[in-house]
Design a binder for this molecule. Sequence first.
Ligand code: C2E
Ligand code: MG
Ligand code: MG
Ligand code: MG
Length: 283
Amino acid sequence: HAISTEHSSLIIYSHSLGDAISKELAITEQLRIAINNKELELYFQPQLNIQNNTIVGLETLIRWPTENGFIPPVEFIPLAEKSGLIIPLGEWIAINACKQAKYLIDQGYKDIVVAINISPQQFQHPDFYNMIVGALAFTKVPAHNIELEITEGVIMYNEADTIDLLHKLKAVGLMLSIDDFGTGYSSLSYLKQFPIDKLKIDQSFIFNINTDAADKAIVNTVVDLGKNLGLTLIAEGVEESEHLDILKKMGCQEIQGYYFSRPLPVLQLHEFLQNNQDLKELA
Ligand code: C2E
Ligand code: MG
Ligand code: MG
Ligand code: MG
């Protein structure tokens, strides 16, 4: 009996593992087709400076619409990374984010900064620097209007090469930020070695900042740390006015979250900017 039980559970296990793998392969194949057919779309989430009430930036967020609704990036970005599709997809994202930046700069938002999420696999790719510099040149966007969001994970791969590449990107004039700050487990010493402009405080610390004393203490400490290092702080996942009030008192400069705006498709973004002309930075 023992053997047959083990045997049948083994079969069930291998079936479900096989199912998971073939499902991944199927989604990856659909993604490849969707990329070729240009079915993916960029959304942009506005970022607000809460000290002087101006719209300072936009985060570029990829969307994959299908017949059955949107497939979330947390599901397909890892598959794009695994399969290598993130390289052509990442280039498409960079070029189209730059095109949007160029459009808005020409509309008078000359100081707008458009942020692009960079996967570790992209950052490690030998052509990454040329791809980014190429996208800037092709779209005629000044480098200071583009921000690259990297995670602490990127930094941990190969420290010496990472430092070199970050300095090269900074020398071009690009803005550099650390995404999901506080969730990685790398040493804080990288903050003084790397030419970083901004820390994006992870949303998990923000959601309960008004009710959880520990979260509030962590955010307060990160804000102080960032300020003492001369970095800009932005809080992600700001959903309520209470979150904003606390962050403002702490001296956090910028927020991003549903409270101010959800990520928007281009037409809605332009409407949003039009309706919030008073939040435009004076040129
Ligand atoms: P992320 O870069 O940390 O992006 C922030 C995520 O939080 C986005 O989810 C955004 O829609 C969501 N968000 C913004 N404000 C709020 C809020 O107030 N409350 C809540 N609950 N969520 C909020 P999204 O668009 O689903 O993206 C998830 C992750 O997928 C991103 O996290 C990023 O790691 C990755 N991703 C998205 N677009 C790209 C891309 O173009 N390239 C790469 N490499 N990764 C991307
Ligand atoms: Mg991000
Ligand atoms: Mg984040
Ligand atoms: Mg992230």
